[in-house]
Design a protein around this ligand. Structure first.
Ligand code: ZN
Length: 54
């Protein structure tokens, strides 16, 4: 289980997506739940993190 960094609700790890939040040229790794993904999807400061060695 993990916590959504946006709404602070607890979700299973599989439901949380790793997303990068860019703030003032810094990249923060956030765990974002499905309902918050719909919100940040329209925010150009958020990017999906893709791990290529998986
Ligand atoms: Zn959330």
């Amino acid at each position: 289980m993990g916590k959504c960094n946006s709404c602070s609700k607890v979700y299973p790890d599989a439901a949380l997506k790793k997303m990068i939040h860019i703030v003032e040229r810094k990249a923060y790794l956030n765990y974002i739940c499905p309902s918050c993904q719909a919100i940040v999807h329209n925010n150009p400061n958020y990017y999906y993190l893709v791990e290529s060695n998986k």
